[in-house]
Design a protein around this ligand. Sequence first.
Ligand code: 13P
Ligand code: SF4
Length: 327
Amino acid sequence: MKTVLYKEGWLNLKHEPGIDFVQEINYLKKKKNAVLLAHYYQNNDIQDVADYIGDSLGLAQEAKKTTADIILFAGVHFMAETAKILNPNKKVLIPDLKAGCSLADSCPPEQFKAFKEAHKDHVVISYINCTAEIKALSDIICTSSNALRIVESLPKQQKIIFAPDKNLGNYIVKKTGREMILWDGACMVHEIFDLEKLIKLKIQHPDAEVIAHPECEQKILDYADFIGSTTALLNYTTGSFAKKFIVVTETGILYQMQKNNPDKQFIAAPPNNSCACNECPYMKRNTLEKIYTALKYEEPEITMDERLMTAALKPMLRMLELSEKAV
Ligand code: 13P
Ligand code: SF4
């Protein structure tokens, strides 16, 4: 007996006792020629069963080149939507439709349209963490791993709107010296880190390097020894001579850091209260059980308006093209 209310992203499945989700997921992936793409912020058990784990750029590139018939995206909604935009003819599934994103939510399309209208002579660069509607209103998309390169690819006199993340925007302004008009959006997970607590932690671990994601606030980034996307942070920990790291981003990334560097120590930076707010509640909605049922019933599926997909594809392709060129 099962109850499945997929459309609302809620699921209550009374499965046979003793079912091995990992085994079933692997069997269904093979049978249906499906690929499981997962972001580094997913739970460890999901990372272990994924065919590819990556940052937003890596995941978009992987989605673009896959030959699978079905893409199951263990991440949040804008990521699965991006995979669909890149693959309008493939079936794209997400384990939980309610896996949203506070940053994407901080940029409502109607308000952004008016903002854009008020700055007509500006090129719009949008961070990939936004809805398809915002992508469709943009000229180029970027991720945290290629943002500097994308901004610098534009002529110096070109006026730029950057949306939706003001923290990443400020970081780019500081690094490139370019003026940009910023949309006032932010990620609730990356804004929760507390500088005072971070400094106290560093005092306890003076030999640790502080590494941070550019979605963090400026005061945190100013304190960090290294700043980068999740993949860049991961690679940095492997390349660095340091043996200890304080990691200022969502805690999911620590799993691969530890796996790749068993001899090193990773400490999650503390939030400004006693909750587990350095975990993304949206990313953590996904579970092995939901992945299994999504693959089995091929739902919930990402469906999108054709015109919206076409409009959102253009700035995405521009990003992918710029990302291919050597730095
Ligand atoms: P990256 O993995 O591209 O660094 O993005 C982090 C993030 O917040 C994804 O939601
Ligand atoms: Fe969105 Fe922040 Fe969660 Fe990433 S970590 S999905 S930006 S809320």
